[in-house]
Design a protein around this ligand. Structure first.
Ligand code: BDR
Ligand code: CA
Length: 315
């Protein structure tokens, strides 16, 4: 039976790639795609979720959820990498839609509608919606099967400030609430996601423009390459969110360790930093599994092969 997943996303080019992979994966049932502000504003994220679904037109459309701003506003966005609209300035048209429910409500409804422990939430953006869903329904933690989150850094530097990873930095208060919650969770931090770098060769390995997935990715990806070159001087791109998705679909390629993690919400230099009690005699209690290693080449191959499989299924 396919595994039920909710994808919470701030598209974002790597979020959009993860959606391509997940929406056509026969081993996953994507019950909802919920938008969150991060790489772009909440309104734009909602629009982008619609745009991705409309462009790809999966056989079963998931429920969609609308994003709203985090309580303290968004301190930053991802235009430096992904363009002003988050999808490489492609500005896809979207159909007029009726009012969408807020993302946190959609998450609560889908978890409640499914049998206990059967839903995995894959959080690929700031943790705003997940924290709000937990606050809205105090029983939710016990009902969710697992939360897999792309975010944070354990040993290495951040990617938006010296100390902080982008998703956590966007809404540290929500990230702290989720880290401290009594839910079953796995963190996929930058330490591992940074190890997958796609170079221009990817264009020879992607599906061609006769397929929906190929057309879509070939429109959005060039902008990410320009952003990475401009921002980091890199001739390649990271695809963090596709690595986190692969940790859900191919856990055998990843190693995890139990850790005690928390989030700095106030630091002048360290807001959004993830902190782990790795002292010789720790006093914090373990509260999550953290991915510490992976078979990088195999993960990269899975990402590319899943995109091609999605293109073959999507037509
Ligand atoms: C994370 O930040 C975003 O820019 C990406 O989509 C990814 O989720 C990486 O730090
Ligand atoms: Ca993201």
């Amino acid at each position: 039976m396919a595994r039920k997943v909710i994808l919470d996303v701030d598209p974002g080019i790597d979020d959009a790639m993860a959606l391509c992979m997940a929406l056509f994966d026969p081993e996953l049932e994507v019950v909802a795609v919920t938008a969150v502000g991060g790489n772009c504003s909440p309104e734009q994220a909602t629009r982008n979720v619609q745009a991705v679904i409309e462009q790809l037109d999966p056989p079963r459309w998931p429920r969609l959820g609308a994003a709203s701003p985090p309580d303290d506003g968004l301190p930053v966005d991802g235009r430096h990498l992904y363009g002003a609209d988050g999808l490489g300035d492609t500005n896809f048209d979207v159909a007029e839609r009726q009012h969408l429910h807020p993302s946190e409500k959609v998450i609560c409804d889908q978890v409640r509608d499914a049998s206990e422990g059967s839903v995995t939430i894959l959080a690929l953006g700031p943790l705003t919606n997940i924290a709000r869903a937990m606050a809205r329904d105090p029983d939710l933690n016990a009902l969710i099967g697992q939360i897999v989150m792309m975010g944070g850094a354990v040993s290495g530097p951040g990617n938006i400030t010296p100390a902080a990873e982008f998703n956590v930095y966007c809404d540290p208060v929500s990230a702290q609430a989720v880290f401290r919650s009594r839910s079953t969770k796995t963190l996929v931090p930058l330490d591992v996601t940074n190890r997958v770098v796609l170079n221009y060769d990817i264009f020879n390995r992607l599906p061609d423009v006769s397929t929906k997935v190929g057309r879509f990715l070939r429109k959005i990806l060039p902008s990410a390459f320009r952003g990475y070159r401009r921002q980091f001087g890199l001739e390649g791109i990271h695809v963090h969110d596709t690595v986190a998705l692969t940790a859900v679909t191919h856990p055998e390629l990843f190693s995890t360790e139990e850790m005690a993690g928390d989030v700095e919400t106030l630091g002048e230099l360290t807001a959004g930093m993830t902190v782990f009690d790795r002292r010789q005699a720790p006093t914090w209690r373990h509260n999550m599994d953290v991915v510490t290693d992976m078979q990088t080449d195999k993960v990269t191959d899975v990402i590319i092969s899943r995109i091609n499989a999605a293109a073959a299924r999507a037509g």
